[in-house]
Ligand binder design. Structure first.
Ligand code: PLP
Length: 397
């Protein structure tokens, strides 16, 4: 008898299975719009020129352990992306810890919330959202509540605010700082202000999942607007979780940052100790190479300048693919209104097609995408966008 006779098989996250099926397809026409990883105009992974420069500058760097809180230069540089120009940053009221990319940052944020005895029992997320939010926070023992976020190709502000009104000071809310995954629909600045007012009034603790700063608009400052508004204009405490997977193309290096903005330097010191403690319990020493690359990019003016250009290259290509797809569908006179494709931002587009149309696209046209109708716009390029548009046209007719 096995100890595991009562163990149940857990199906893998659907999106990884989409990639597996794509790789197994021998068709030369196949298109992968599933996984959210940037691809260049030839459909290939892109090593950012700024990252190449940083790697050259780093050279041989050995394999020693980093401190448990991570590489100090990386932490000091990375936090500026989120909080540059805010009073909390200037006052030094911010605890930071290197994390295993955006996922690891959320993990440490959740663990630290528990360890801090903050009284948070419930975490509010959006419906739909990135598939890991529910899994991660419920695995940590939080009650997870989904609030409707999307309707008819747009952010459903009214339903979202109504849902969030149920939350109170025993609640945290996960906010997508920009480039909402999967819908690509972000609140306007006025809507952010209202969400902020509600969060403040109800005493809800904001956790900013910030996996796309700089990648969304091409400007870090633009993309960090909501974070800075909450922290600076509203003076709120918050956790900010950063990832350098997308913005530096460092997916596999697992480089991210978790931070806590607090009301005093003393509390920041306490939260630093807690972050270090929960890191020790789960990861111990975070990985060094990605931290060195990101730190070098951010701290070397000439490389930082190149990174700004790289962000514009990536976000610009994605924007141009949105427009190209929209104009192809318009010229095909594809039934339906597709203008949401150019109103949405970020890596993803929510097409709004049905699961059976998604299955048809895969079976008939070798197009691979999430059955939620989400497409990764980064998977489109000049060579396949017209093909995808005509396949989509066929699927919806
Ligand atoms: N949060 C959101 C909304 C995401 O879309 C992603 C990546 O897809 C992540 C967090 C974290 O990704 P990673 O752990 O690779 O940085």
């Amino acid at each position: 008898n096995s100890l595991f006779q009562n163990a149940e098989f857990v199906p893998p996250d659907a999106i990884f299975d989409v990639t597996r099926r794509y790789l197994a397809d021998a068709s030369p026409d196949k298109v992968n719009l599933g996984q959210g990883t940037y691809r260049d105009e030839n459909g290939q992974p892109w090593i950012l020129p700024s990252v190449r420069m940083a790697k050259e500058a780093i050279g041989e760097c050995g394999h020693e352990y980093l401190p448990i809180a991570g590489l100090k230069l990386f932490r000091d540089e990375a936090i500026k992306i989120a909080l540059r120009g805010t009073k909390a940053y200037d006052d030094g009221r911010v605890a930071t810890c290197q994390a295993l990319s955006g996922t690891g940052a959320l993990l440490l944020a959740g663990l630290a919330l528990k360890k801090a005895n903050a009284g948070i029992t419930t975490v509010y997320i959006t419906e739909p959202t990135w598939s890991n939010h529910d899994l991660l926070f419920s695995s940590l023992g939080f009650k997870v509540v989904s609030v409707p976020y999307y309707k008819d190709g747009a952010f459903d502000f009214k339903s979202y605010v109504n849902g969030l009104k149920e939350a109170d000071s025993t609640s945290a809310v996960v906010l997508h700082a920009c480039a909402h995954n999967p819908t690509g629909c972000d609140p306007s600045r006025d809507q952010w202000k209202e969400v902020g007012r509600l969060v403040q009034e109800k005493g809800i603790f904001p956790i900013f999942d910030s996996a796309y700063l700089g990648f969304n608009s091409g400007s870090v400052d633009e993309d960090a607007w909501a974070i800075r508004y909450f922290v600076d204009a509203l003076g709120l405490e918050a956790s900010i979780c950063l990832s350098f997977a997308k913005s530096m193309g460092l997916y596999g290096e697992r480089i991210g940052l978790v931070s806590y903005v607090t009301q005093s330097t003393e509390t920041a010191r306490t939260m630093s100790s807690i972050l270090e403690n929960v890191q020790r319990a789960t990861v111990s020493n975070p990985p060094a190479y990605g931290a060195r690359i990101a730190a070098t990019v951010l701290s070397t003016p000439a490389i930082a300048e190149q990174w700004s250009k790289d962000l514009i290259t990536m976000s610009g290509r994605i924007k141009s693919m949105r427009h190209k797809l929209f104009s192809e569908l318009t010229s095909l006179q594809t039934p339906g209104d597709w203008s949401h494709l150019i109103k949405q931002t970020g890596m993803f587009g929510y097409t709004g097609i049905s699961p059976s149309q998604v299955a048809y696209l895969e079976d008939k046209h070798h197009v691979y995408m999430a059955d939620t109708s989400r497409i990764s716009i980064a998977g489109l390029n000049e060579s396949n966008v017209a093909y995808f548009a005509s396949a989509l046209d066929d699927a919806v007719r």
